[in-house]
Design a protein around this ligand. Structure first.
Ligand code: RFL
Ligand code: PHB
Length: 394
């Protein structure tokens, strides 16, 4: 194994959307950073995940200079449909807040960020193995990793842990110095991507007696649908035909009749959990995105919350390097967590409102129905949903 030593300001562990966005913003601010990604670029770009971007995230992508395709190809939505049994109503975001959301896939955001990073020649090491963060509680942290037959050591000022829920960053914080909060939901989401036009121009979140369903999209001819399933279900057990039948059974008849079906391009199951790690900083290591927190996808907050962390951390590094001011760094964890918990509450609320829970009593069902009725009738309840859905400010 050949040894090699590198030097940079910030090592970013993880080349998902948080790591790449932070890297691009730091690059534009003249702050050197190296991104380390465990997988290949093709693998990262093969993952189908989030599809709805808050205004704050779109502005951040604009700031990073990676919004051209998004502005061209993204769809602006200023409302969403909530369905219950065979009825539905619309929550018009624009009645309550002057901010829409943008429908544009995480896969495309990640592709745009990789291309931007490549075009400025910023260093990214893919297939980085055995990544280890060392001495993060001192003023001289370093990160080691293996790529091919070379073992690299990067000496740096700071480490940004953007390596997702299963990464090494969070686990680098000693057990007795972090507290983890977790709620696992007793179901998962079976998702299908299909080359078919979306059933409706806006998203449909449906609570039906057979469980939750969501109709989303990527563009005018690419749809993304989800249905609630058992946590331990296997996507291969579901034929396309079974999936479409089940989805139709969970939608109001008017939409079920309009649904265009076709072969699935991708089919996978995601577990649902809420998870928060406190604090989000240990010495010179800062956790960002899924490395620090997970939300259930109801409400589309995972990617967007990763983006708000990135914004706080980027501002903190900028103040530190440009103005010799470490207040942002010192306050990062508290500032990010204050927003993370509000988003955690909102995602938990939407999940609880729209899913059928195993063992749900008749009482629980009536309360759920009453809450949906209240949301349908109350401007105040819709306003609370709208301001959270389009994104709390940061
Ligand atoms: P990511 O996207 O997980 O990226 C982390 C990156 O770090 C790499 N990595 C390492 N790199 C170096 N060294 C190591 N030791 C490493 N260990 C891991 C990984 O390969 C990966 O490339 O986290 P990031 O950047 O914080 O972004 C967060 C978002 O990806 C996430 O919040 C959302 O995608 C969550 N999520 C969804 N959110 C939504 O809003 N709507 C959705 O429909 C939705 N679907 C999903 C999802 C997350 C899923 N996961 C994590 C299983 C569906 C799935 C399946
Ligand atoms: C998606 O399009 O993948 C999507 C949209 C909204 C959600 C979750 C996922 O709440």
């Amino acid at each position: 194994m050949l040894p090699a030593t590198l030097q940079t300001r910030v090592v970013i562990v993880g080349g998902g959307p948080s790591g790449l966005l932070l890297g691009q913003l730091l690059h534009l601010a003249g702050i050197d950073a190296i991104v380390l990604e465990k997988k290949s670029r093709e693998y990262v770009l093969g993952r189908i995940r989030a599809g709805v971007l808050e205004r704050g995230m779109v502005q951040l992508l604009e700031q990073a200079g990676v919004d051209k395709r998004l502005q061209r190809e993204g769809f602006t939505h200023d409302g969403t449909i909530i369905a219950f049994n065979n009825e539905y109503f619309r929550v018009p975001f624009s009645k309550y807040i002057d901010k829409p959301v943008t429908v544009y896939g995480q896969t495309e955001v990640t592709r745009d960020l990789y291309e931007a990073r490549e075009s400025v020649g910023a260093p990214t090491y893919s297939n980085a193995e055995e990544v280890s963060i060392n001495n993060a509680d001192t003023d001289t942290p370093s990160v080691t990793f293996v790529q091919g037959d070379t073992r690299y050591t990067i000496n740096c000022d700071f480490v940004a842990g953007c390596d997702g829920f299963h990464g090494v960053s969070r686990k680098t914080i000693p057990d007795d110095q972090r507290k983890e909060f977790e709620k696992v939901y007793p179901f998962g989401w079976l998702g299908v991507l299909s080359d078919t036009p979306p059933v409706h121009e806006e998203l449909i979140y449906a609570n039906s007696p057979r469980g939750f369903a969501l109709c989303s999209m990527r563009n005018a001819s690419l749809s993304r649908y989800y249905i609630q399933c058992e946590s331990n279900d296997d996507a291969n057990r579901w034929s396309d035909e079974d999936f479409w039948r089940e989805l139709k059974n969970r939608l109001p008849q008017e939409f079920a009749e309009q649904l265009v079906t076709g072969p699935s391009i991708e089919k996978s199951i995601a577990p649902l959990r809420s998870f928060v790690c406190e604090p989000m900083r240990w010495g010179r290591l800062f956790l960002c995105g899924d490395a620090a927190h997970i939300v259930p996808p109801t409400g589309a907050k995972g990617l967007n919350t990763a983006a708000s962390d990135v914004q706080y951390l980027y501002q903190a590094f900028k103040s530190y390097y440009h103005n010799n001011d470490s207040a942002g760094i010192d306050n990062y964890s508290a500032t990010a967590l204050a927003r993370v918990w509000k988003v955690t509450r909102f995602s938990w609320w939407m999940t609880t409102l729209l899913h059928r829970f195993p063992g749900q009593s008749d009482f629980d069902l009536r309360v759920q129905q009453a809450e949906l009725d209240f949301l349908k009738q109350s401007d105040e309840a819709q306003a609370a949903m709208a301001i959270n859905y389009v994104g709390l400010p940061y």
